[in-house]
Write a protein that binds this ligand. Sequence first.
Ligand code: SAH
Ligand code: SF4
Ligand code: F3S
Length: 473
Amino acid sequence: MDCLGKKLHVKKPTMKRYFIHTFGCQMNVYDSLRMGELLAPMGYCPTPTPEEADLILLNTCSIREKAEDKLLSALGRYRLIKLMRGAWIGVGGCVAQQEKEKLLKKAPFVDFIFGTDAVKKLPEILKALEETGKPIIETAWEEAAHYAFLKAEGETSRGKASEFITIMKGCDNLCAYCVVPHTRGREISRPHEEVLAQAQSLLSVGVRELTLLGQNVNSYAGGISFAELLLRVAKLPGLKRLRFTTSHPRDLSAELVEAFRVEPKIAPHIHLPVQSGSDAVLKRMRRNYTASAYMELLAKLRAARPDIAVTTDIIVGFPGEREADFEKTLELTEKARFDGQFSFVFSARPKTLAALKEEEWGKLPHEVKIERLERLQALQKQISAELFQREIGGVAKVLVEGNSKQNPGRLYGKTPQNRTVNFEGEAKVGELVDIDIIRSSSSALFGKRLGSAHAIEETRAQMPLHSVFQPVS
Ligand code: SAH
Ligand code: SF4
Ligand code: F3S
């Protein structure tokens, strides 16, 4: 039997162990799970520590320079394991796709490089490596007409409350700063029948929340519109919450806003990256919307779903960003009242327009970028803290995900708005529970499970007001 409980295909099985180090976005997390599924029939089982591995895979990200630096330092550590145990090292993902053989020059001890379309070739690559022992580079794009998405095994997700489904790959936008179109290739949508079948298989093993994944889900073209896909997945039995990421503001349709209004299973949260509050910067970024169009979109979403929480991504220090441009980002942040922001300093990426034009548009000194990032993050922290504090004294419906790593002894889960709640009390993974919120920070809520909603009301009525509404330390 392999690690997924299936009959092994190899003749003389020897137990081998693999370790996957995943960098970057949820798409890489998804791909790493598929790598494990491809390795299982070859007799490989996962190990939590690289020191015990016969095969070490790095699934890489090249969105910013820092991500690549992290890869090189991790490779340095794994090289020592290779020297001690003779483990094979394979590098996949976005850096592999972009750097190809150049990566072998930087790290000649790497045994194979496999690009983002080559995940499914992993068994072939390993067999060839066993036979020849020679380095392998496999970074060709799969032809769009024949592109097949790797099917996920339901078993991999047993015991999880929430799971992702990749519904498309690649990106056809050309945002000036972004490396993704180079690392993931052209946009290809997964046929909706396949998405629905995969959703069903995940729900059948007990998953309760699904997140549909794509770099630009609003341009989904798998036979039905994205809004229609959401409405169909939402109807599947067993599903409690449906999420998706990422939406491009330019492509967000009226039909999607309407789906938020009519379908309660679509959770009231949207991640809608704005990138900048300055129209001049947005134009150079090639985002094709203005700050006011973005704010109008938020107003529409909030009218359709008044409890919707919005999170965003922002790049500061884009080439040519003046102080006045940056102040517009601060203004937009104030007005939009985001639940949270992922903000980054601009990093010039190979082959992107912004990297080519950096000098011409005006390269910003590193200190200026950092100083702006700190100002923006301080403002957002204050807004998030205010929004989260408002939840104190209320009851949140939390989908339980597991034990909290940061808060030992507590469980954690998410509210419909995707806010993390750490709580005391008993609950099962995948259960929807009522949690009395008693404390907050700028990134999480803290509470107690007091039993049924009825019991919570009774307890609250008996408590002096200040003990309910005052944060406890
Ligand atoms: N497809 C998503 C973005 C994926 S990348 C979308 O269109 O929204 C995630 C985030 O990384 C981006 O939203 C952007 O804020 C940031 N990012 C991308 N390229 C970057 C770069 N060159 N420098 C700094 N941040 C970058
Ligand atoms: Fe990158 Fe833009 Fe595509 Fe997002 S939409 S992946 S930022 S090119
Ligand atoms: Fe990184 Fe590639 Fe995702 S560059 S953010 S891992 S698509």
